[in-house]
Design a protein around this ligand. Structure first.
Ligand code: UTP
Length: 302
């Protein structure tokens, strides 16, 4: 186990997947750039990292990375145009992403799996614990999940994975954890992980969701992890090995999250996310909610 007393500073955001579930929208645009109301999904994720004190952000990008880089960079032309118009509110919105964090990029090359994407972060992260936030997984901004995970890492060392209870018929879509309870209600010790099991083989209904706090020992394990399910290098397989051999990098714990989480890489969940967040907005919400109410009551407004 390494880097125990080191404060968590770095966030890694893998955003190099192919996004096949969202084609053709993701043919030329990374799915992480799809707008959730009026911000790309990945901006919410960077804001969450920053809210947890992680101002060093590494994005693992693939093809089409330009849109991501441009979003977190300045856009002088647009800024000048808005400035000339005196549209200060929009000027502020355009500037905001570039000032959020120190954003770095590494290229994954071939999308060989989430485990491989995390391994691409090794030279930037070095020998310290780090957080991984999947770029298409949104956690409601009111939920301090990452803070809680960092606290569990400080207490127990090793790595910490976010878990969520799902219906047994959904577990085949996720990594699934075999767990042992701890005295803390929302914390479990993980002693096994299996990627996308059939309901019959699933050790629990606890699904791995897209937030991790990892010990740097994971890099050595990933470097030796062979491609698993789907021919991809699976982060779940590396975490399974860490869980079974804590001498490699400390134990693996899970924080059971019961707040709101949205998978914007899935079309139906994406639509739910947009509707929900739009309903909650002060500027759009009142009008949108009343339209939605009328729509669902089959009044079919124009
Ligand atoms: P997903 O499992 O959602 O895969 O990846 P995907 O390829 O992006 O999407 P679908 O299933 O084809 O629609 C989970 C996260 O891991 C990243 C993705 O960008 C996403 O944030 N990822 C996945 C990588 O960065 N590299 C990979 O090789 C695979």
């Amino acid at each position: 186990m390494t880097g125990d007393l080191v404060r968590l500073r770095k966030a890694v955001i893998p955003a190099a997947g192919l996004g096949t579930r969202f084609l053709p929208a993701t043919k030329a645009t990374p799915k992480e750039m799809l707008p959730v109301v009026d911000k790309p999904a990945i901006q919410y994720v960077v804001e969450e990292a920053v809210a947890a004190g992680l101002r060093d952000v590494l994005m693992v990008t693939g093809r089409n990375k330009r849109a991501l880089e441009d979003h977190f960079d300045r856009n002088r032309e647009l800024e000048e145009a808005l400035d000339r118009k005196g549209d200060l509110a929009r000027l502020e919105q355009v500037r905001e992403p570039s000032g959020l964090a120190a954003v770095h990029y590494v290229r994954q090359g071939d999308p060989l799996g989430l485990g491989h994407a995390v391994l691409c972060a090794a030279p930037h992260v070095g020998d310290e614990p780090f957080a991984v936030l999947l770029g298409d997984d949104l956690i409601d901004p009111r939920e301090p999940l990452l803070d809680r995970m960092a606290e569990v890492r400080r207490r127990f060392g090793g790595s910490v994975v976010a878990l969520m209870e799902v219906d047994p018929d959904q577990i085949h879509l996720y990594g699934c954890a075999a767990v042992v309870p701890t005295p803390e209600r929302d914390v479990v010790r993980i002693d096994g992980l299996v990627e996308k099991p059939d309901a019959a083989r699933a050790p629990s209904n606890l699904a791995v969701i897209g937030r991790y706090v990892l010990d740097p020992a994971v890099f050595e394990v990933l470097a030796k992890t062979s491609p698993g399910r789907g021919g991809e290098i699976q982060l779940t397989d590396a975490l399974q090995q860490l869980a079974q051999q804590p001498e490699l990098g400390g134990p693996v714990h899970g924080v059971v999250f019961s707040g709101r989480r949205y998978d914007t890489g899935d079309r139906a969940d994406y639509l739910r996310t947009v509707v929900r967040l739009a309903c909650e907005r002060d500027d759009l919400g009142p009008e949108f909610r009343s339209w939605l109410r009328a729509y669902t009551e089959h009044e079919m407004p124009r």
